[in-house]
Design a protein around this ligand. Structure first.
Ligand SMILES: NC(=O)c1ccc[n+]([C@@H]2O[C@H](COP(=O)([O-])OP(=O)(O)OC[C@H]3O[C@@H](n4cnc5c(N)ncnc54)[C@H](OP(=O)(O)O)[C@@H]3O)[C@@H](O)[C@H]2O)c1
Length: 289
């Protein structure tokens, strides 16, 4: 398949855990459930169409979580895409619970992580989850119990690779002493680079870095974006420049922009083909200072 037919491929490849290749530009499913990431999508048929278009465009890394809905995004993925293309990598998460729209609370007790993994396998129709991420470290449960349970699930073949989400370098190092960690997922975008140290550590250690809120929840993409003038000069959209900046920033960067709109999805995926010069890269940083 050419990059013209599957534009996401132009973002290049990263191998999760050195063994599981993904296109670097992925897709995040958190925008698919209802408002506050709660309940069914406004238009479930459109959500299915978006997911099918994701794969048509050559994206093969889907980020999701049992907590999206909860139990809405994962079943939607199954409905839209099962039986899955052989190269599709579904990255899901465990350890976050939901009490209502916009409400989130970590629960990292091993028996809960195990139950949630079993449910994700069922919701997704998989025998093994390619990448399971600990959604949050629960501060009330010892880290070795949380990461240790994921390691046991991997030994049992229920998950293939383990990732972490919203961690410090110290937490990543502590978890990596318990079991190999293949990816981390932290808030990171052109306008919020507080995870810079974690990104550099990940790059030095071959760990995939999945930036969440790559578009600053759409702030960098919308009309009036600080990137609007540069986007007009370049003949691109602000969203494309925000994503091209991330892809340029590091070879371990795996952005997962989220959208419930096919037009926005197509706009975002076209960012894979935008190569920035060092001058353009620096100008984008200046634009958000
Ligand atoms: N690990 C964690 O704790 C964590 C936390 C948050 C998110 N995540 C993951 O990260 C993914 C990305 O985060 P996100 O989806 O919240 O934020 P985002 O990708 O930074 O931005 C999504 C927002 O931007 C809008 N948008 C997307 N593309 C656009 C375009 N081309 N033009 C204009 N607007 C556009 C979307 O609205 P439309 O739907 O209208 O396009 C949506 O409001 C999530 O989907 C989820 O998988 C993980």
């Amino acid at each position: 398949m050419t990059t013209q037919a599957q534009p996401a491929k132009a973002s290049g490849e990263f191998s999760i855990g050195g063994k599981l290749p993904v296109t670097r530009l992925g897709y995040g499913t958190m925008q698919l459930p209802g408002p506050g990431v709660w309940g069914e999508p406004k238009d479930p048929d459109e959500a299915v169409r978006v997911l099918r278009r994701v794969v048509d465009l050559g994206v093969n890394l889907l980020d999701t979580a049992d907590a999206y809905g909860p139990a809405v995004a994962e079943p939607l993925i199954k409905k839209a895409l099962h039986p899955y293309p052989a190269d599709l990598v579904i990255a899901t998460k465990v350890g976050h619970t939901r009490q209502g729209p916009g409400q989130w609370a970590p629960v990292g007790r091993p028996e809960y992580l195990r139950q949630q993994t079993e449910l994700s396998l069922r919701f997704l129709g998989l025998e093994q989850i390619p990448l399971m991420q600990l959604h949050r470290i629960d501060p009330t449960v010892p880290l070795e119990d949380q990461v240790g349970e994921l390691a046991r699930l991997r030994e049992e073949g229920k998950i293939r690779f383990i990732g972490l989400s919203e961690v410090t370098v110290a937490q990543l190092r502590a978890a990596a002493e318990i079991t190999p960690i293949a990816t981390v997922q932290n808030l990171y975008n052109l306008a919020n680079r507080s995870a810079e140290e974690l990104l550099d550590y990940s790059a030095a250690n071959g760990i995939g870095f999945i930036p969440w809120f790559p578009l600053a929840t759409g702030q960098l993409a919308k009309p009036g974006s600080p990137l609007a003038a540069l986007a007009a000069q370049r003949g691109a959209s602000p969203s494309q420049l925000a994503l091209a900046w991330l892809l340029h920033r590091s070879p371990v960067m795996l952005p997962i922009p989220g959208t419930a709109s096919i037009a926005h999805l197509e706009d975002n995926v076209a960012a894979a083909g935008i190569a920035l010069s060092e001058r353009e890269y620096a100008a984008l940083e200046d634009a958000v200072r």
